[in-house]
Design a protein around this ligand. Sequence first.
Ligand SMILES: [Zn+2]
Length: 90
Amino acid sequence: MRITCPVCGERSVAEFAYEGDATLPRPALDASAEDWCVAVYERENPRGPHAEYWQHAQGCRSWLKVERDTLTHAILGVTLLGRFSGRTGE
Ligand SMILES: [Zn+2]
């Protein structure tokens, strides 16, 4: 599988780290431990198009929202969410 980073271009998925489901709302910071446990550990296993958070961990370290078909692994879209703040010179 290959992901096109908006900053670096097309790269192997080995350069990226999966960072979670982008469709789930996050609990408030002061939510109960039970609410956080559900949000962190109880997951669906969706089939078909799905939104996920990824980080280009071995590249520019940008955070991305990737639309990926979980059945075919086809990348349907990539959105840049934010660039790593420690990167300089670009
Ligand atoms: Zn990148």
